[in-house]
Design a protein around this ligand. Sequence first.
Ligand code: IPD
Ligand code: CA
Ligand code: CA
Length: 264
Amino acid sequence: MKTDLPELGRFMENIAREAGNLVIQERQKGLEHQYKAQSELVTQADVAADRYITDSIHARFPGHRILSEENEPDEREAEDLDSPLWIVDPIDGTVNYAYGHPQVAVSIAYAEGGNVVAGVVYAPFVDEMFVGLKGRGACLNGKTIRVSGASDLRLALVATGFPYSKDALAPIVDRLGRVLHECRDIRRIGSAALDICWVACGRLDAYYESVSPWDFAAARVIALEAGARCGHFSDVPREKNPDLWGRDIIVATPAVYETLARLL
Ligand code: IPD
Ligand code: CA
Ligand code: CA
């Protein structure tokens, strides 16, 4: 049976909004900070929102697979193209969340045959719902969005981010230096999903970073539908799916993509 994308999009919006409410309530109650992989912050809200989203998906689509950052993080799921896959980040921007910043997002993507066909990114503290449905455009709170018309990297506002691990920062700092010399300015917002959605709606002109599938899968389809060019500045291994391969990604308004990619 053919997927009814608008109907699926409404389901995704509903669970993203509910998860967002949960995320707001948990911060009001007070957060318990824990660490995974030694240095990566995680709160009870990350785990509870992940549970809420994955339970909701399992209840509605019992046969579908889920790749979610907190509860089902086996990235090998991204390599199986045969059955539908959901990709979930319950809180993108956990450090912002723990520090009381508003740039926090719930990110939910849906893929068929390895292609992400629907993405929802919801920023609960500012009540902004970004939705992208393949072939049907992208919107923010129901209004169509488009990338900026920037054509000159020197006048472009570029976002990026940095890994939690401090082990391999040298090439990242080197790249940052090169870009900073050639663009208007840099932003480090702290949520990859929002960085990409902000490129989609013209609040930024470009974004690059290395991230995990749950950080960018939903935002990427939103950006593509808003007219962004999405790709990688290093080769994607042949056996990997570019829709879910997060190393060295670039999302940019088309006219600055090439110059930025060459610089990186
Ligand atoms: C992080 C954010 C951040 C990016 C990190 C991600 P998290 O996600 O997207 O902007 O720079 O690489 O891990 O940990 O807050 O879900
Ligand atoms: Ca994330
Ligand atoms: Ca997260």
